[in-house]
Design a protein around this ligand. Structure first.
Ligand SMILES: Cc1cc2nc3c(=O)[nH]c(=O)nc-3n(C[C@H](O)[C@H](O)[C@H](O)COP(=O)(O)OP(=O)(O)OC[C@H]3O[C@@H](n4cnc5c(N)ncnc54)[C@H](O)[C@@H]3O)c2cc1C
Length: 171
């Protein structure tokens, strides 16, 4: 259906996993969804930046988490789907007491770490079956708590592969 040369400026050897016509039913909670033209799991931040820079700028890009809020039609997605993997998982407490979480961190893991450090409110994340990236995108919430209530800053990456640190007002 599609070819690497049609969507990437130079077919370079990315270190992550790159697949074509990937069935999205493998990546959604409800196990439905046709093929994504490209599906990429970056090895790390620089791999993600390289991929975004090499991608045809006209091709739509979609980041996904655990697919718990995604319904993909049978025709699939004519674009690049980026699924952040292991390199983007993890939670740590900074010297300031604030908590830094990778976008691919499961919300339940964030809740558990915050509970062990005695910081919050973050208990509500325990019941949300998604990632931190998905929670930010959806402003996920439960039991009166909402994701963006506690956000101090987010790190993002643009289509040129440039990283930005943004305040909550960027939402
Ligand atoms: C049984 C069940 C219970 C649920 N309970 C709740 C609940 O109590 N409260 C609640 O708010 N929601 C709930 N949800 C909905 C869902 O879990 C949340 O919306 C969750 O935040 C989605 O996270 P995800 O990682 O699965 O994102 P996905 O479903 O993969 O994606 C959702 C959206 O986020 C975007 N996105 C995901 N990751 C990134 C990223 N890294 N960067 C940029 N954009 C990204 C996607 O493009 C998409 O638009 C529930 C869903 C199920 C199936």
């Amino acid at each position: 259906m599609s070819s690497a040369s049609a969507t990437l400026s130079s077919p370079q050897p990315f270190r992550g996993i790159l697949r074509y016509d990937e069935p999205m039913r493998l990546h959604t909670h409800w196990r439905v969804g046709g093929p994504a033209r490209m599906f990429f799991v970056p090895a790390d931040r620089s791999d993600l930046a390289d991929f975004l820079r090499a991608l045809d700028s006209a091709l739509p890009v979609h980041f996904i988490g655990l697919g718990s809020n995604l319904l993909v039609r049978d025709q699939g997605i004519d674009g690049a789907v980026i699924c952040l993997g292991r390199a983007f998982r993890g939670v740590r407490q900074l010297d300031s007491g604030a908590v830094e979480a990778g976008a691919a961190t499961p919300c339940a893991a964030l809740a558990k770490s915050c509970a062990s450090w005695g910081v919050g409110p973050a208990e509500f994340f325990a019941g949300i079956p998604g990632t931190v990236g998905g929670a930010l995108s959806m402003n996920a919430g439960a039991f009166g708590g909402e994701t963006w209530d506690s956000v101090e800053a987010v790190e993002t990456i643009d289509r040129q592969g440039v990283e930005h640190t943004r305040p909550p007002s960027c939402r």
